[in-house]
Design a protein around this ligand. Structure first.
Ligand code: HEM
Length: 438
């Protein structure tokens, strides 16, 4: 039995440090692992608190960076060659279809996962400070909002690169929404496109933003995001535990078992207040955190790869400014906005009230501003920070969920139920064949 267990352990490579010191050293001596604390609260490793959505977002970004750099060796950012180079990747390069498909699936998944990570953070009030000193979770929430916007922009700029009909018209529709912004709309669109129409300057702008500028920003902001999580004393669910132990008058242990880098002596004020009984409620990061991290990484890679096989990346005809598809749709994550624009466009007699300003600018603008300032307006007490479905947050969680579900519903309508001339069609109804518009 013992021998069989040993063989199994050798097969699955189970790392079992003999001492606390060995476990701690394996974290602080490793360049990749040293940004984790030597010990973590058992609670924060739970799958059902965070669903590991932030980590999954980071893994998707890693997959995107690796596949993206390989694609860069083959892609040519020129209107004359872009389409052909993507066609070559898809049909001529060995496993090129897989590389392109994985990059595309990971990009779509990242938009969705980052969004749901934000939803999780809101519902658990993890943007609020607990009782520990030096916390600034509202700031980390704002860094998160910027990360979400950059993720959308990253995906949007990548959309144009294949230079096919799908790409060209999705970007046309997407950038037309910006036009409705009062005073600055036209200038922003001009700056973004590098002219009045989508052309070579647009492709080059999107290429540089997509391959260099935005990924670098994500990397910098992500590092700041993670550093803040550590400065805030770990995930917010740990604060719940500290509060409970304080209420129960649990006696704090006198010494810290393993100090950071071996330099810090004693307990900082932050550690003192944020976590009380370390021995009972924390585990060594290596192998407990590292093993879960590896599992989440492998699962993310496996699911993204499986989806790549199931949903092959589309490549339509080359971009053609004079052939307008009907309907022309923005990328799926902006379809709720396109749908809103339609729903807020009214005809009163001969006058048409265009919904682009309300649906395309005002609603998303107000939502972004509200999200940014919410941690400072919210009066949730420390009792509800880091827990799911707190009673005192019932009303605001319900309003937030209502907005999230509306966005999801509008996205589904825009994606699946809108046909020619943006008319509504049930899935079982077929659209009339439209002659191509020249
Ligand atoms: C590229 C996008 C993002 C990445 C890679 C990322 C990554 C992470 C990771 C790895 C964590 C640790 C816990 C977890 O896995 O849930 C985390 C926590 C956190 N994230 Fe993000 N995040 C991103 C976007 C966002 C967004 C959009 C928001 C909110 C607007 C946000 C707000 C937070 C907050 C407040 C925490 C602390 C949560 C807690 O204490 O429970 N992040 N993030």
């Amino acid at each position: 039995m013992e021998a069989r267990k040993k063989i199994w352990e050798q097969v699955v490579w189970t790392w079992k440090p003999e001492t606390e010191r060995e476990a701690g050293d394996s974290i602080v001596r490793n360049i990749l692992l040293h940004w984790f604390p030597a010990r973590v609260a058992l609670r924060s490793l739970s799958y059902s608190y965070s669903f590991w959505l932030g980590t999954i977002s980071a893994v998707l970004f890693l997959i995107l960076s690796i596949t993206g750099v390989i694609l860069m060796f083959m892609y040519v950012p020129s209107v004359d060659q872009a389409y052909q180079s993507v066609k070559d990747i898809e049909y001529a390069v060995s496993f090129g279809w897989f590389l392109r498909g994985l990059h595309r699936i990971a990009a779509h998944l990242m938009v969705a996962v980052v969004f749901f990570h934000m939803v999780r953070v809101f519902l658990t009030a993890a943007y609020r400070n607990g009782t520990a000193a030096n916390q600034n979770r509202p700031l980390n929430w704002i860094i998160g909002i910027v990360l979400l916007l950059i993720t959308l922009l990253l995906s949007f700029t990548g959309y144009l690169l294949p230079w096919d009909q799908l790409a060209y018209w999705a970007i046309t529709v997407g950038t037309n929404i910006a036009r409705a912004a009062p005073l600055v709309g036209e200038s922003i669109r001009y700056l973004f496109l590098g002219g009045n129409e989508i052309g070579q300057s647009t492709l080059l702008r999107f290429y540089v933003l997509h391959c260099f500028f935005l990924p670098t920003l994500v990397l910098l902001l992500f590092s700041w995001h993670m550093w803040r999580v550590r400065k805030d004393g770990g995930l917010a669910c740990v604060d719940q535990l500290a509060l409970k132990q304080k209420r129960e008058n649990v006696t704090p242990i006198k010494t810290k078992t393993y100090s950071l880098l071996g330099l810090a002596r004693g307990r900082t004020a932050q550690v003192e207040t944020s976590l009380i009984n370390e021995d009972e409620h924390t585990v060594a990061s290596s192998p407990n955190l590292t093993r879960r991290l590896l599992l989440v990484m492998l699962a993310t890679l496996f699911i993204s790869s499986a989806l790549t096989f199931i949903a092959r990346a589309p490549l339509e005809e080359p971009a053609n400014a004079s052939v307008t598809p009907n309907p022309a749709k923005a990328p799926w994550y902006f379809l709720w906005l396109q749908e809103l624009v339609t729903d807020t466009t009214f005809k009163i007699g001969e006058v048409t009230i265009n919904g682009a300003l309300v649906g395309g600018i005002l609603v998303p603008g107000v939502l972004i501003i509200l999200l940014t300032v919410w941690p400072y307006l919210d009066r949730t007490s420390v009792n509800a920070v880091g827990g799911w479905f707190a009673k005192e947050r019932r009303r605001q969680n319900a309003v937030f969920l209502f907005i999230v579900l509306t966005i999801l519903a509008l996205t589904i309508v825009g994606t699946f139920l809108r046909g020619t001339y943006w008319d509504f069609y049930w899935p079982w109804q077929s659209w009339p064949e439209m002659p191509k518009k020249f």
